[in-house]
Write a protein that binds this ligand. Structure first.
Ligand code: URA
Length: 177
């Protein structure tokens, strides 16, 4: 992955942010793309959104060592712009491979870009907080759970409450799988 040049994002990024956490995790979180801090450290979700995510994990008695976390796009887009469709497509085989290796029972998509990478037709406002199953090429049959992105929810009080409420349902969902 560190040598990938399938799209132009590698030109500006300092490093590839592959993924982090427990390779045996039953739960895999998938965000959008690395930001500044992630680009500096090579670790996903280490900035403000990551801190918020860790707080929510702590509330359900999980740590970063219990989960695996990766992004749809592995290199930071310039000025944190949204990843382009061709960048997301170029990075897709890496994400597919990660899912194959980690083999999670539950995939939690963080934000609209992550949800729409798997299900382009779904709206996050209608899908968040619900578990659903889908069979996807190379990924197989998986359970999905869509959440709002912690970065978006950080600065939006009502979204923040919805995200926290949805997050608290995770232990029960995992138990039932
Ligand atoms: N937001 C993301 O989607 N991913 C990160 O790694 C950091 C912030």
């Amino acid at each position: 992955m560190s040598k990938c040049s399938e799209c132009s994002l590698h030109c500006d990024a300092s490093r590839v942010v592959a993924g982090d956490g427990n390779p045996e995790a039953r739960i895999m979180f998938i965000g959008e793309a690395p930001g500044k801090k992630e680009d500096e450290t090579g670790i996903p979700f280490v900035g403000a959104a990551g801190k918020f995510l860790s707080e929510m994990l702590a509330e359900i008695k999980l740590t970063r060592e219990d989960i695996y976390i990766a992004n749809v796009v592995k290199c930071r887009p310039p000025q944190n712009r949204d990843p382009l469709a061709e960048e997301v497509s170029a990075c897709w085989p890496w994400l597919q491979k990660q899912i194959e290796i980690i083999d999670p029972k539950l995939i939690v998509t963080l934000g609209r870009h992550s949800l729409n990478r798997f299900f382009p037709e779904l709206k996050i406002s209608e899908t968040h907080g619900k578990v659903f199953q889908a069979e996807l090429p190379k990924i197989g049959r998986r359970n999905f759970y869509a959440l709002y992105h912690p970065a978006a929810a950080l600065y939006n009080g009502s979204m923040r409450e919805v995200l926290k409420k949805d997050f608290k349902k995770i232990p029960k969902i995992l138990k039932q799988l």
